[in-house]
Write a protein that binds this ligand. Sequence first.
Ligand code: G6P
Ligand code: ZN
Length: 543
Amino acid sequence: MAIQTVATHPIPGQRPGTSGLRKKVEVFRQPHYLENFVQSVFDTLGDCAGKTLVVGGDGRYHNRAAIQTILRMAAAHGYAQVLVGQGGILSTPAVSCVIRKRQASGGIILSASHNPGGPDGDFGIKYNIAAGGPAPEGVTEAIYRRSESIAQYRLSDAPEVDIDRLGVTQVEQTRVEVIDSVADYAELMRGLFDFDAIRKLFAGGFTMRFDGMHAVSGPYAKTIIEGMLGAPEGTVINCVPLEDFGGLHPDPNPVNAAQLIELMGGADAPDFGAASDGDGDRNMIVGRDFDVTPSDSLAILAANATLAPGYRQGLKGIARSMPTSRAADRVAEALGIPCHETPTGWKFFGTLLDAGMATLCGEESYGTGSDHIREKDGVWAVLFWLNLLAATGKPVERIVGEHWERFGRNYYSRHDYEAIDTAAANLLMADLRVKLPALAGQVLNGHTVDFADDFSYTDPVDGSTVTGQGIRIVMTDGSRIVYRLSGTGTEGATLRVYIELYEPDPSQHHRPTQQALASLIAAADSVANIAMQTGRASPSVIT
Ligand code: G6P
Ligand code: ZN
């Protein structure tokens, strides 16, 4: 065994986006590509001696090869210990959990989340810090800058580590331990939720379908829901992580989880449906013929949090990303706690959670989580709902309906225009920015504009500021139109248009969403000239 130094040269474009560096697999397979990025991470971190690193991924194509490279590089940088999930498997929330529980200095997650996998799909890499959350902007920017001047990387020439077998292998001076992918995480969940009550619910004949979408959450859901909570076998489906996710798109929304939605709408629908994404941090909650929007889910969990043992003492605050509906704000107001509005990206919640300013956080993009770790957490959200269903004895649709009656309903939808021309997308946003100052006071299809701006955010804890985080047009009646370009795509640009309408009147709470939002959807199109600027007559995905 010896440590090699390999000469390299900067490869352009290694700037992490909303959630790490994501590129096509073929990009990651170029010589030096992964090594350059990992070396840039280690150079940015400084001395790794004596520290523990956690490594794992969502099992997608290239996961195993990347892990072997990272192990050899970590060993060359003097890590005392590297903890790897068995088979290379660790969900994103599980990495966060293991970092915190084992007091590691950080972790590397190999995932492109919900983006398709396989040789023609996407791959990704992300560094998480000692608190368990994604590295903040300052760190990711430093990694990027380093990647622009890199001249060499170091790695051991040690043979491959058997990552399928639990146990310890010595690589140079580094102790590499293959750990159970699920155990630490399952233990954490047991402490947060009323497992006895949920066990009784299943024993009483309650039925559920959890769709692992052939991605990483399967093993976690299988162990916890079927194993620890006694749900019948077959409750968790598509639960073996596949390198190409079965050729499907592991994104839990009503479009990509169509099979589950169809089941939940049929005559034999189980009582409860749920799904998670590629790396296990997203969640979708479905009742009988009824899907719960992520924004509503956050608000409902917040309003009922004290029913779960881990949150019995109440919430310190709620945080949501700017485009997420303002349903949670109304709950926060009723509870007398703050509701923080952050830019899109889980990394912005980290400082608030660390400072004890928020307990629950969520995003419209099917992400919900709490201060138990520093990532959003798919299985956690599903267990929270199970706890709620067990404690109230009410079905999903009734819990949601009663919530709307109490707080009003925030009708909500996101319209995505995927893979559009990047220059056209930038032009659309630039044109919108020019229009902003003149919008206040204008009436758009019956909605009067209160104010319009380009969202910027100053972190109340560390004082850092980010600008240009999305254009919002806020109406005097509480409605909003928000425009953003996605930071997670790998092909062209994706324009996201978020549309929200506040409806206090319970007699108006059961309209089809697109119909309720029609006047705002039309306004959104005409203000931004979407059809003309993108060449698309309609969105590619509506959720
Ligand atoms: C990832 C991030 C989320 C973000 C979502 C959508 O899941 O972790 O924080 O909300 O992507 O981001 P995008 O930039 O594509 O809208
Ligand atoms: Zn994800």
